[in-house]
Design a protein around this ligand. Structure first.
Ligand code: ADP
Ligand code: ADP
Length: 222
């Protein structure tokens, strides 16, 4: 099955008389091994789409499947279970806990995913993958911007997800650091098993993507 498959998603926001159609029949597929970039102007529905794909929000219509397993239109506890086992999430808000060091943050994410004894990459392997072996004992506030981004990535990858969903993963990084994070994201697909979908404004990331989707007014357009 695709790493991620979303069919005909509709999401309406109602506030009193006002109704906003944030998603108007959006379909997105990420094949195993693929890195898909989503671009679009502010207000086009990018955040809403990510939230629906991650099972953090429920679309009014359509269906979302991750590695063949449905995450939409299920009770919150079941969505949380699918999310923990199959999805890595990297949002703009920091996903690191301030008073835990990098290794502890990764360990916590593995525990939260229910991997108490076996399964998933080790903390050491994750640190090595993002080039932070020497920063295991550092607190988030002690890290430079690029290190912080890579620590967040290690946390998002802690449960070896079928699909990684990311919002501006290279948002505040300089060119060479951005390239490094992009290389890490592209490496996810190399075994042809896992996918990455990210929202970005970066032309470097767009160039590095296998496919680019443009969101406009809640629709995928040309
Ligand atoms: P949103 O998720 O609502 O698009 P963002 O935080 O991505 O909000 O961006 C806030 C504003 O800044 C938006 O108007 C967006 O289009 C603009 N913006 C963000 N990053 C860039 C960028 N790299 N280049 C141009 N405009 C950007
Ligand atoms: P983007 O991330 O591309 O900026 P959003 O998904 O944040 O787009 O927003 C899509 C549309 O939905 C916008 O018109 C926005 O104003 C509206 N919207 C987003 N969240 C809410 C909400 N909680 N309540 C009402 N309208 C919302």
């Amino acid at each position: 099955p695709p790493a991620l498959d979303a069919r005909e998603l509709y999401r309406f926001y109602r506030a009193g008389e006002e109704e906003t159609l944030a998603l108007r029949g959006v379909s997105v597929t990420v094949a195993p091994g693929e890195l898909v970039a989503v671009v679009g102007p502010s207000g086009s529905g990018k955040s809403t789409l990510l939230a629906c794909l991650a099972g953090l929000d429920e679309p009014e219509g359509g269906v979302v499947r991750v590695a063949g397993e449905r995450i939409s239109h299920r009770p919150e506890a079941e969505r949380a279970r699918v999310r923990a086992r199959r999805i890595g999430i990297l949002l703009q808000t920091q996903n690191l806990i301030a008073h835990l060091d990098v290794a502890q943050n990764i360990r916590l994410a593995r525990t939260a995913a229910g991997r108490r004894t076996v399964g998933g990459p080790s903390v050491r392997a994750l640190l090595d993958q993002v080039g932070l072996l020497d920063r295991a004992r550092s607190l988030p506030r002690e890290l430079a911007g690029g290190e912080l981004a890579r620590a967040g990535l290690a946390v998002a990858l802690a449960n070896d997800p079928d699909v990684l969903l990311a919002d501006e993963p290279t948002g505040e990084l300089d060119g060479s650091t951005e390239q490094r994070v992009l290389d890490l994201l592209r490496a996810r697909g190399r075994d042809g098993r896992r996918g990455v979908l990210l929202v970005t404004h970066s032309t470097a990331v767009v160039r590095g993507a296998d496919r680019v989707l443009t969101l406009r007014d809640g629709r995928i357009g040309p």
